[in-house]
Design a protein around this ligand. Structure first.
Ligand SMILES: Cc1ncc(COP(=O)(O)O)c(C=O)c1O
Length: 369
């Protein structure tokens, strides 16, 4: 019997050096470590919706009696609900266990080991994870100083192994949007292209309505951010019908669970309530941006999403993250060649921003004596 590292010779070669995904720490884990009660942890590290989901979701889930029955693998009700919501016909739509599931399915469908996938970096880190999952090579095209995408740079990165272009719009982690004109130029290159609109409810212009005109355009959306359903895992893609058919064939049959289906149904019935929360988050983003501009150690970048990227211009991002964590406030930090000494702060409710700003002021005082 092989033992220890011997088993590695059975592992697919591209997984041996595979890094995996560095997910955010679960609040309970941190709370235990820091001694801060979990209900006092302010979680601004994963771009979740701190207003929570629609109360209708909680009410209906409490009485849900279908948990012993598999969900509909054909997603008939969900696709119909999303047809009504998006105005795009159901045969273009596939629902996933979060939009991350759909990124994975698209790459499973299109990428063979050695193929290349272009993304404009910095970008959502799951892109690279999913590309490498299928043995693909992630080709990183640099955004400019203001994090804008250069269509020419994308064009020059194309090779005969390029299979897909991935673009998150608005972009995570910068909050920068790409104009519809820029996206059209990318679509017209003719390669399969995925526009990930996880944050589109907070800003930017959707290209969903273009899907029926282009057989290479795929658009991803999620209920994690605007509808506050990150924990139930539900996202959807709008595809050319031919691609939608393939994705329906290769997905795991029951990829969207019964609770998530109920949550979508109830969220769409409570759209005015959820839109109110989106408006509040957008207003708070602008207020927080102004307040962050007044923090001497930070340089915030304008954002069209539910988070704000900041360069740490004095001191170190990792230390700032650590000091905030000790006060029960979680943020994301970056210290990569692309984002050297940056933090990303999710936009919560006004009281969360207030707590953050006063913690930042305290930290500045501690550091400056
Ligand atoms: C750009 C982008 N796309 C997709 C996702 C994944 O969302 P989901 O929860 O739907 O898997 C995220 C999550 O942070 C994201 O930032």
């Amino acid at each position: 019997m092989p033992s220890g590292n011997d088993i590695d010779r059975f592992i697919k070669p591209h997984f041996i050096a595979f890094d995996g995904y560095s997910a955010r720490k679960f609040p309970q884990t941190l709370s235990d470590k820091l001694g801060v009660p979990v209900d006092r942890v302010i979680k601004l590290d994963a771009n979740e919706n701190l207003y929570g989901c629609s109360p209708r979701v909680n009410q209906v889930l409490a009485g849900c009696s279908d948990i012993n029955i598999y969900p509909d693998a054909g997603q008939t009700e969900l696709r119909k609900l999303l047809q009504e919501y998006t105005g795009i016909s159901a045969n273009h739509i596939v629902v996933g266990s979060g939009s991350g599931d759909l990124i994975d399915l698209i790459l499973r469908l299109l990428v063979e080991p050695g193929d290349e996938v272009i993304s404009c970096v910095p970008a959502f880190s799951m892109f690279r994870f999913s590309i490498e999952m299928y043995g693909g090579k992630s080709v990183a095209v640099l955004r400019d100083k203001s994090f804008a995408v250069s269509v020419d740079a994308v064009k020059s990165a194309i090779s005969n192994r390029t299979r897909v272009i991935l673009l998150d719009n608005p972009n995570n982690p910068t909050g920068r949007v790409t104009s519809q004109r820029g996206i059209l130029e990318l679509i017209n290159i003719g390669l399969p292209i995925v526009i990930d609109e996880a944050y589109i409810e907070f800003g930017g212009e959707s290209v969903v309505s273009l899907v029926s005109q282009y057989d290479n355009l795929m658009v991803l959306r999620t209920f994690s951010k605007w509808a506050g359903l990150a924990g139930l895992r539900v996202g959807y893609g709008i595809f050319p019908t031919r691609i939608a058919d393939y994705i329906m064939k290769i997905k795991l049959p029951y990829n969207v669970n019964v609770a998530a289906i109920i949550a979508v149904r109830e969220s769409l019935r409570d759209i005015d309530y959820l839109m109110g929360n989106i408006r509040a988050i957008i207003a708070e983003r602008e207020r927080l941006f102004t307040r962050l501009q007044q923090v001497k150690s930070l340089k915030p970048f304008p954002s069209q999403a539910n988070f704000i990227l900041c360069a740490v211009v004095k001191g170190s991002a990792i230390e700032l993250r650590q000091r905030l964590q000790e006060k029960g406030i979680l943020i994301r930090y970056f210290n990569t060649p692309l984002l050297r000494n940056y933090v990303r702060i999710s936009v919560g409710k006004p009281e969360h921003s207030d707590a953050l700003i006063s913690a930042l002021q305290q930290i500045e005082e501690e550091i400056n004596g």
